[in-house]
Design a protein around this ligand. Structure first.
Ligand code: HXC
Length: 281
């Protein structure tokens, strides 16, 4: 287990090309921040100078993830707020207000909270369908809505380098596929939502983009989707390996750093070209 004196080795989650301190004074607000992918994204941003607030439904998990992420950089401030359900606007508003009063604002938002399961369409209940739409799509909207005023302030404060929102989506809806109607519909909505923000808030200095990860090794998604078929899966990915959190983090840094200033309304797929041959998540 890592500690303040023995943090996770940065080379395991970030490329060496990114200069230290590029995110100094920036504040990240992340939903789903206790999860495998988003906690690693936030760790990378914190390592490069940011402070952060991660929110999740489970209080212990959020606090433990925040403490772990804080070891990435001496002096880092990382707030873990639990009991936040992205389906509830009031939970998000309260978390945003704690983030702003403790850390001083919000410059980057990662909307990563998601929930899903595989189920045949004929067995999918209306409530099950609604649950995934509510968490993935409504949760993304609620996150954008709750943080928007702060993103606008950030865009004005750091022209070309603040006011960024990143949605975590998927590739499964590019073609659709069996057993995941609720996920396909929700993630298509997330991509559309991001594009709308890009169009309407672009003139006010905000960028909105999507990262669509493929199968990322070691994550809950990998374990749940491919528990017995990992070897077969690796053989099929055109790039010849599964993705890593490091791959997702490097794309995240690119989009949130000032080199990403003119990148707005895009989807960055990080899947080794897997979706093109039908390996979609
Ligand atoms: C069919 C299911 C189901 C399943 C839940 N439901 N799990 N239906 N197959 N495996 C149905 C329930 O029966 C209920 O419908 C409705 O969904 C709501 O379920 P609740 O448990 O009451 O909802 P809630 O507690 O809010 O849970 C939300 C959730 C849950 C999305 C259903 O799975 C969740 O919270 N997951 C969070 C963690 C997670 O999913 N991580 C995955 C990240 S990886 P009825 O009709 O009975 O009332 C990832 C990659 C893809 O997303 C993974 C694909 C497998």
């Amino acid at each position: 287990m890592e500690s303040a004196t023995n943090p996770i080795a940065p080379e395991s989650y970030i490329s060496k090309v990114w200069p230290q301190g590029i995110f100094k004074d920036r504040i990240v607000f992340c939903t789903g921040g206790s999860g495998d992918i988003c906690s690693s994204q936030v760790r990378a941003l914190v390592y490069l100078g940011a402070n952060a607030c991660i929110v999740g439904r489970n209080k212990d998990k959020a606090e433990r993830a925040a403490a772990s992420i804080a070891t990435a950089r001496p002096g880092a401030q990382v707030l873990g707020i639990g009991n936040v359900d992205v389906r509830k606007m009031e939970d998000l508003e309260s978390a945003v207000s704690k983030c702003v009063s403790t850390l001083g604002g919000i410059d980057f938002v990662i909307a990563g909270a998601a929930g899903n399961f595989l189920v045949p369409l004929v067995q999918l209940s209306t409530n099950a369908f609604k649950s995934v739409i509510d968490i993935d799509l409504m949760g993304s909207w609620n996150t954008a809505k709750a943080t928007m005023a702060h993103l606008l302030k950030s865009a004005a404060k750091y022209p070309g380098a603040g006011g960024r929102i990143l949605f975590i989506s998927a590739t499964l809806h590019y073609t659709g596929g069996p057993l995941n109607t609720q996920g396909v519909v929700a993630k298509a909505g997330v991509d559309a939502l991001s594009a709308q923000l890009a169009i309407e808030l672009g003139p006010r200095g905000i960028t909105a983009n999507v990262i669509a990860p493929g199968v990322i090794e070691g994550t809950e998604g990998e374990k749940r989707l491919f528990k017995d078929a990992r070897g077969e899966m690796v053989k099929r990915v055109p790039t010849g390996r599964l993705g890593t959190v490091r791959d997702v983090n490097n794309a995240t840094i690119f989009l949130l750093s000032d080199v990403g200033d003119y990148i707005n309304g895009t989807v960055q797929v990080v899947d080794g070209a897997a979706w093109r041959i039908g390996v979609q998540v």
